[in-house]
Design a protein around this ligand. Structure first.
Ligand code: NAD
Ligand code: GLY
Length: 342
């Protein structure tokens, strides 16, 4: 997707109709998909902007939480969209965090074989990661995101003002993906996190993450190679999420996975120990528990259904050679276990 279709601007939620008109000039109906927390804060602002422009708006409110990122919620959503008699010219707006964004994106991908979706992320994690790149879907009992589709948003409208109401633990959760980006991008990102994110540098931080992800996705949308890099920390991360019965949120699980790989990399002499210690300082600064209380062997045994698993039993994982120098490796689970536990 073009960089021009990503807008990062305080108060952009009051101007939705303008951007909607740019990407879907024939749209007359919008279904907003949100969750019960975000609804209370921001739904009215978005509705007001759309109704002023003569758009008919209906809102589906899901119960917040990863445990609801499932087929029942999807079914309820798609029925709601059909009942609203949405046409192919109409648009779904995903207003919320990654759970809302992934589900609403998948509804848009599958309703009438695909209609437009605008992502309006309201968590740090969604701003820097999940709203970009077009991965949509939901979880099955067997594993994370096992149902899904690639469906690029027509626009991503990021209103950093909405992060003001984000609970502290959700900001921390987003930083989990932030640490992942710091290892992927290099260029002082870890130092920026060490200094601390504030009103003065948040825009810069989010923009750099978004630009990095856009560049990768534009070169490898369907994850045949390069995009796999964005899965740094996710091999263990997904297993940790599932093992905890989703009580450990995605971003925090990714931090644990990333720090575990970084530690292995230090032990092999590839990564400077000071970098790993800096990453731990970032975790401490934001009160992020980077330790893993599960047995790595058990975690790895439980990832047989992971999308990173190949049919021959090997698995892709992202290794850290240095800051700004990560590589995708394919190995057996046994070798990965030895690497991560030695
Ligand atoms: P989330 O969507 O569950 O949101 C976290 C909590 O914050 C929820 O309770 C929500 O109601 C609340 N909230 C959201 N915005 C708020 C605001 N502005 N003010 C107050 N409360 C607010 O979680 P998340 O961390 O945003 O997303 C995690 C999900 O994203 C996972 O399912 C993960 O698999 C997915 N994900 C997808 C991609 C992708 O590329 N599609 C990438 C990374 C993660
Ligand atoms: N979060 C990984 C990706 O979007 O590819």
């Amino acid at each position: 997707m073009s960089k021009n279709n990503v807008v990062i601007k305080n108060g952009v939620r009051f101007e939705i109709a303008k951007y909607l008109n740019k990407v879907a000039p024939k749209c007359t109906k919008v279904v907003i998909i949100t969750d019960n927390n975000v609804f209370l804060h921001y739904e009215a602002d978005v509705v007001a902007s759309l109704e002023r422009a003569g758009i008919t708006v209906k809102t589906f409110v899901m119960q917040a939480g990863e445990k609801n990122k499932n087929i029942d919620t999807y079914t309820a959503m798609i029925n709601f969209v059909a009942d609203a008699k949405m046409s192919r010219e109409d648009v779904i707006i995903a207003l919320g965090g990654g759970v809302v964004g992934d589900l609403a994106g998948f509804v848009a991908a599958t309703y009438m074989r695909g209609i437009k979706v605008i992502q309006m992320p309201t968590t740090l994690l969604a701003c820097i990661d999940s709203s970009i790149g077009g991965k949509t879907g939901f979880d099955l009992p067997q594993g994370k995101n096992l149902i899904g589709a690639f469906h690029q948003p027509s626009a991503v409208l990021i209103d950093l003002e909405t992060l003001k109401t984000l609970p502290k633990e959700e900001f921390q959760n987003g930083l989990g993906e932030g640490i992942k980006y710091a290892f992927l991008i290099g260029n002082g990102m870890l130092e920026l996190l060490k200094e601390g994110l504030d009103d003065g540098n948040l825009l810069d931080f989010v923009t750099r993450c978004v630009d990095y992800k856009l560049d990768i996705v534009n070169r490898d949308e369907k994850e045949s190679g390069l995009r796999k890099l964005l899965n740094l920390g996710h091999t263990l991360g997904h297993a940790i999420e599932k093992e905890s019965n989703y009580t450990i949120p995605h971003g925090l699980a990714v931090t644990k996975g990333t720090l575990c790989v970084a530690n292995a990399s230090v032990k092999c002499g590839k990564l400077q120990k000071q970098v790993y210690l800096d990453a731990i300082d970032v975790c401490k600064k934001y009160d992020l528990d980077y330790t893993i209380s599960y047995d790595i062997k058990t975690l790895l045994k439980n990832i047989q259904m992971d999308k990173k698993m190949h049919s021959d039993g090997d698995i892709s994982f992202v290794d850290i050679e240095g800051v700004g120098n990560c590589v995708v490796r394919t190995t057996s689970i046994k070798v990965l276990e030895e690497y991560l536990t030695k």
